[in-house]
Design a protein around this ligand. Sequence first.
Ligand code: SAM
Ligand code: DTB
Ligand code: SF4
Length: 338
Amino acid sequence: MTEIRTDWARDQIAELFNMSFTELLFQAATVHREYHKPDQVQLCTLLSIKTGGCPEDCGYCSQSVEADSGVKATKLMDVRQILQGAAQAKDNGSQRFCMGAAWRNPKDRDMPAIVEIVKGVRDMGLETCMTLGMLTPKQADMLAEAGLDYYNHNIDSSPEYYEKAISTRKMQDRLDTLTHVRDSGINVCSGGIVGMGETREDRVGFIHTLATLPQHPESVPVNALVPVKGTVLGDMLADTPMAKIDDIEFVRTVAAARITMPLSMVRLSAGRESMSEAAQALCFIAGANSIFTGDKLLTAPNAGDDSDAALFEKLGLVALQGEEPLRACKAGELEAAE
Ligand code: SAM
Ligand code: DTB
Ligand code: SF4
């Protein structure tokens, strides 16, 4: 079994990116098979439970108050409406229900409603994931106590590029929240965005930051920037079409995530809607084994269940049922060479 390491040097990750594409894919596919069934893909569904009006200035996001994207700000959704969305996701075969709020951080007065939502979705037999911005240790503990399975908090890019995309917080703030989540016992979901105009060196730094966390995130979403008109990065990309991420470079990033974090679920996340079937197939070969299903991400469109069903049929992929390898491993059901 490939060793699980958190001592990756940046140069070693750069070497992965620099390999011939065929060799990189072979290595990634080999690691993938050691810990995962390569025909099984996890299905997750997103719901924006509080949209827009966010005080942060993330240059990619339609929900920032700084963006002129036309996204309307809403209040936190009613728990019954959220449970309806969860029921629909479950009917459509989703394993995990991921709820996102456009907050810099939840206020303590929001927590009772959030706890009620976590409990309600969990009682329906779905895995729960929330992404609510920065958390205090106490808030993380409250979510853990409510039974939250995963918390999503992306590091988004390299430490160097982070400052160019966001000015209202620091990468260290993100890392601190990840520590609070980990310490509370909630599983960590953390990844980022490729195609924001960053360099390959930034993509190396992005993977390096994740792969050298004290413990790898259980889930690693790799998003391709959805260029939204009225956002800083969406508009920049519209003006410089060459800046759009090359599919092969995107696949290389997925492969580097798979090789450096063998046990993690690597999610082919936002941006799938504008990817060809062939590019998505390459991502699955490179070790992606999770997707967001349904017609909508948080505010942007997603590929949709019909086109996903057709793609799965064509590629012979099936929905993952049951426990992820990392969690099975923790439970002592799978031996890993840690
Ligand atoms: N406000 C919380 C936060 O920032 O953690 C939660 C919601 S935020 C929308 C969740 C993640 O969505 C971001 O960290 C970013 O990685 C991703 N995201 C946002 N806008 C995106 C876009 N236009 N394209 C791709 N990914 C995007
Ligand atoms: C993640 O890494 N990607 C999801 C989820 N975590 C919260 C969000 C993608 C958002 C795409 C843009 C939008 O829908 O506004
Ligand atoms: Fe706010 Fe999250 Fe969007 Fe940043 S990514 S503007 S924190 S909702």
